[in-house]
Design a protein around this ligand. Structure first.
Ligand SMILES: Nc1ncnc2c1ncn2[C@@H]1O[C@H](COP(=O)(O)OP(=O)(O)OP(=O)(O)O)[C@@H](O)[C@H]1O
Length: 241
């Protein structure tokens, strides 16, 4: 469904991403693994149209070329983002944040149904609809952020380190919710440092080093790859703990 290629990003003289290519199918969960500064966030931002890319970028969603569209039109086309730091409005309530997520034209008219879907996905938001988001816990804020993105009725959801800073229990709860999202046919592309948990969640993965995709495979194959185990699953990698 999502097919990207030749995605390169430079910040001044610094090349953060070179010639990245990947695909995400309908209802598929794909994880991008890489160390700090490898270029993971730059890749998601490039796909979402948030950072300028070097010439040649191809971003195709369900046959439609999004390569040269501005960020808001990319959301309209069905590609929603949950950025690192969550991108929600702390001074607004949960209900208001969700409503803002339904602003794209593709979501209008179905706000109530979508909100119902988000609340069944994250039941603990139900009793917190009037609560100001900045007073919520990190995990709850992450649920609001994912809920807000889902309100736009996306075909693909991009998530930047959704498990960051969450307790193991909350990571499990969050990833269970992401499994339910994929059941609705939405494709998920997530960036994670939590390799153990995210490979257990994902169908496929890509490895990124120094701005280049250096490997890919099914989650199962990556889990048993000795180089992946050494770099991402061994010694200092402690899963969600
Ligand atoms: N706005 C910017 N201006 C200059 N350099 C940047 C900018 N954003 C990112 N970089 C640099 O580009 C490289 C890739 O950064 P990026 O945030 O994409 O990596 P990442 O893999 O997401 O890292 P992390 O896991 O630490 O978030 C890094 O060297 C970073 O310092």
């Amino acid at each position: 469904m999502l097919d990207i290629s030749a995605v390169s990003v430079a910040y001044g003289q610094h090349r953060a991403l070179s010639d990245a290519a990947l695909t995400v199918g309908r209802g598929e969960i794909v994880v991008i693994l890489g160390a700090n500064g490898a270029g993971k966030t730059s890749l998601l931002k490039a796909i979402a149209g948030i950072v300028p890319c070097l010439p040649g970028k191809n971003v195709i969603l369900s046959g439609r070329d999004l390569s040269r569209l501005p960020a808001h039109e990319i959301v309209e086309a069905g590609l929603a983002s949950v950025p690192e730091g969550r991108g929600i409005f702390g001074e607004l309530t949960v209900a208001e944040n969700l409503l803002l997520g339904a602003n794209p034209k593709r979501a209008r008219g179905s706000e109530a149904a979508r909100r119902q879907q988000v609340l069944s996905l994250f039941p603990r938001l139900n009793e917190r609809l009037p609560q100001m988001v900045r007073t919520m816990s990190g995990g709850e804020q992450q649920m609001v952020a994912i809920g807000r993105a889902l309100m736009s009725n996306p075909d693909i959801l991009l998530l930047d380190e959704p498990s960051l800073g969450l307790s193991p229990l909350l990571v499990r709860e969050l990833f269970a919710a992401l499994r339910q999202v994929r059941e609705t046919g939405v494709g998920l592309l997530l960036v994670e440092q939590n390799a153990r948990e995210s490979l257990a969640l994902a169908d496929r993965g890509y490895l990124i080093e120094n701005g280049r995709i250096v490997g890919s495979g099914t989650a199962q194959a990556l889990q048993s790859d000795p180089a992946v185990r050494r770099a991402y699953l061994g010694g200092i990698e402690t899963g969600a703990a």
